[in-house]
Design a protein around this ligand. Structure first.
Ligand SMILES: [Zn+2]
Length: 161
């Protein structure tokens, strides 16, 4: 979107040249910018058109783009993901917030559409965390010898005091 990063002098020139009757192509050649940049300047997008374009771009990104960290480097890839369902593929909860979970950096297009909590669960499992380990720790800490017999409710001071 070069048209949005033009200096004020160039923008003034575009309008002046157009007022003098020059074509978009002539203006573009004379100022050394693209013809579409001239068009963007002379016919700015209406807010509703802009919003639609933004929504389309967002949808495209959801379906075709993946950002991930590989060997400590944050990178972005164009990936063709399976079509996005209306629910999490693991817990089946219907949600509009779904995340593409992949497990092989060489095959980014192989993955699952998961909700936030299932995505973190899957990441944990992929990291080698085991459900048995978690359940074991939980059981250990709730065993009678470790249980604190009494919880005391305390009053929390409001943050503004
Ligand atoms: Zn889920």
């Amino acid at each position: 979107m070069r048209g949005y990063n033009l200096d004020t002098e160039t923008i003034t020139q575009i309008h002046k040249l157009r007022d003098l009757g020059h074509s978009y192509k002539e203006i573009a050649i004379r100022l050394g910018i693209g013809k579409s940049t001239v068009n963007h300047r002379l016919n700015p997008m209406k807010p509703e058109v802009k919003a639609k374009a933004y929504a389309r771009q967002k949808t495209w990104k959801r379906h075709n783009r993946l950002t991930t960290t590989i060997n400590g480097v944050h990178r972005a890839f164009k990936v063709l993901k399976r079509s996005r369902p209306k629910y999490c593929e693991l817990c089946k909860e219907i949600t509009s917030k779904l995340y593409w979970h992949h497990w092989d950096d060489n095959y980014l297009g192989i993955g699952l559409w998961l909700c936030w909590s299932c995505h973190h669960f899957a990441e944990g499992v992929d990291k080698g965390l085991s459900l048995d380990l978690y359940l074991g720790l939980k059981k250990e800490l709730t065993s009678e010898k470790l249980l604190v017999p009494l919880e005391v409710e305390i009053t929390i001071a409001p943050y503004w005091s």
